[in-house]
Write a protein that binds this ligand. Sequence first.
Ligand code: SF4
Length: 231
Amino acid sequence: MLKTVTKSGNGKTGPIAVTYRAGAHHTFATCPSSCALNPHGEHAAKLIDKRYLRALRKAVPPGGIAWTYSHFPAEFLPVPAAGETVINASCDSPAQALAAVRAGRPATLAAPADSAERWPAKIEGMRFVRCPAETSDSVNCGNCGKGRPLCARPDRDYVVVFVAHGSRRALVGQDTAGGCYGELGPVRLQWEATRSSGAADDSAALVRFARSLPAGSMLRHHVVGDIGRAV
Ligand code: SF4
């Protein structure tokens, strides 16, 4: 199930196009069961939805920019190609992020809530740079990187770090499953609405949506949700 928003009202993303993706039977069903932040792994996907992934890769606004994040293992994600959606490997440790970048995938790191003072950092020669929207109220995805959002740069030589936020932030970096910022609050409400009334043929809806956006638009896929095949 797919929910599309032409102009987000979210302060973090800024007024860009966004999507939400959920399963029809469970909100977390498009997320990988292996994700450490997922508190409902028993309802989550074991496999990538290949049809949806094909649609996602080409779902770029005309002349625009598109990016997203996936918690599936980096080696299962496509290496970025010109003109396609940039799919970041969402990683849970610096070691995972380093491996992803070395394997040609742009990476982000979900860092524990108490690690804010640690960043920026250089680990094994790789720079780890905090998302600028986390440290400045005037930055959002729409103006990040002066029109070239950091997360949409496929060939960057640094990892973007997100310090845990949301009411479940204490679980990020812990052994207990959970910590997803979509578990509670307004994001969860939007995600539930996606499950109950989003577009059922998410692949077709996504391609249509991307094509319908004004030339030069930015599109951030999956404020919450992932590329899994919902069961
Ligand atoms: S680094 Fe930039 S593009 Fe990525 S989430 Fe932060 S503001 Fe958005």
